[in-house]
Design a protein around this ligand. Structure first.
Ligand code: ARG
Length: 266
C-alpha cells in the first residue's frame, strides 16, 4: 500500500509549546523533537464524527477504533495524550473545525479529495477504501442503475453522497447525518439501500446477518488525517509516525486488530 522506507522511530518526549497570540514560530529543535503547537497543552486533540466503526466508535464508554490507534501513535511521538472531540462530519470535512481551533487534527475515515485539499491539509494516505452498497440480504439492488426510482440512503457531506449524486441518475437519495442512522434505515426498510465506505459496511454486515454488501465501486479512495492549512509541523509528525509504524509492524498489528477477517493488505 505504500513505500516502506525505514525511518528511525522517534520516541523522545518533546516539549509542547502552545502558541501565544502574535507568536509566529515555536520551533523546538531539541533532541530530535519538533515544536508542534497544540490547541490544548499536553493533548493532541482529534476531531472525529461518531460512530464510524471500526474507525471510531464508542465501546464501554471509550472511543476506540483504527483511527484512534493511528492517532495514538502520533500522540506518543509527541509525548502527549489524545483527546477526542465528536463533532458533525460537515465541520470536519470543510476544514471549519480545524480553522476554529477546535482540534489539532481530524481523523474520521476521511477521504483525501481535491476539494477538501483546498480547505485543509492532509497527511499522506493511511488507508484504502472504496464506496459500496448495502441492502437487505437477498435484495435485488446490486448497482446504482437497479436503484432507479428507489431510495438510497447517503451520509451527509461524504464521498458516498457525492458518488451517488453523480452516478445515480434517477435514484432518490435520502440524507442521514451519521452512518448509524443510515444503517438502521437500511435494516428497517426505510430506504432500499445505502452507500458508504466498504470497511464500515463490511463490519456492519458481519454483525447484522440480515444485511449484505451488494456492490463495490472502485473509487480508489485513500484516507488522510487532516490538519489546518499550513500546519506542516504536525502534518510531518503524522507522516513520520505512520511511516515508522508501517516499517516496524505496529501498523499491521493495528490493521489486524480492527480487520481480523480481512485479507492482509500490502
Ligand atoms: N470516507 C468518507 C468521506 O470522507 C466518509 C467518512 C465519514 N466519516 C465519519 N467519521 N463519519 O467522505
Amino acid at each position: 500500500m505504500s513505500a516502506r522506507t525505514v525511518l528511525p522511530l522517534v520516541t523522545a518526549v518533546t516539549a509542547v509549546v502552545v502558541l501565544a497570540t502574535g507568536c509566529t514560530s515555536t520551533k523546538n529543535t531539541g533532541s530530535g523533537g519538533s515544536g508542534v503547537a497544540l490547541v490544548k497543552e499536553g493533548k493532541l486533540t482529534t476531531c472525529t464524527h461518531l460512530p464510524y466503526e471500526p474507525f471510531q466508535f464508542r465501546k464501554d464508554n471509550k472511543v476506540v477504533g483504527f483511527d484512534v490507534d493511528i492517532v495514538d501513535l502520533v500522540a506518543k511521538e509527541l509525548g502527549v495524550t489524545q483527546e477526542i472531540v465528536d463533532t458533525p462530519f460537515e465541520g470536519i470535512q470543510t476544514g471549519e473545525d480545524l480553522n476554529a481551533g477546535k482540534c489539532d487534527l481530524a481523523a474520521a475515515g476521511m477521504t483525501i479529495t481535491a476539494v477538501r485539499e483546498q480547505n485543509l491539509d492532509f497527511s499522506g494516505p493511511y488507508f484504502d477504501a472504496t464506496q459500496a452498497l448495502i441492502a437487505k440480504k437477498g435484495s435485488p439492488y446490486t448497482s446504482l442503475a437497479s436503484l432507479k426510482g428507489k431510495k438510497l440512503g447517503v451520509q451527509q457531506g461524504t464521498t458516498g453522497e457525492t458518488y451517488a449524486k453523480k452516478n445515480g441518475a434517477g435514484v432518490e437519495t435520502v440524507q442521514f447525518e451519521d452512518v448509524a442512522l443510515l444503517l438502521t434505515a437500511v435494516k428497517t426498510g426505510q430506504v432500499d439501500a445505502g452507500i458508504n465506505d466498504n470497511g464500515v459496511l463490511f463490519e456492519y454486515v458481519r454483525k447484522n446477518a440480515d444485511t449484505a454488501v451488494t456492490a463495490e465501486f472502485d473509487t480508489g479512495e485513500k484516507y488522510g488525517i487532516g490538519v489546518k492549512t499550513g500546519n506542516t509541523a504536525l502534518r510531518q509528525e503524522i507522516d513520520k509516525a505512520v511511516k515508522a509504524a508501517r516499517a516496524d509492524g505496529r501498523y499491521d498489528a493495528i490493521y489486524k486488530k480492527w480487520f481480523p477477517a480481512a485479507p492482509k493488505k500490502q
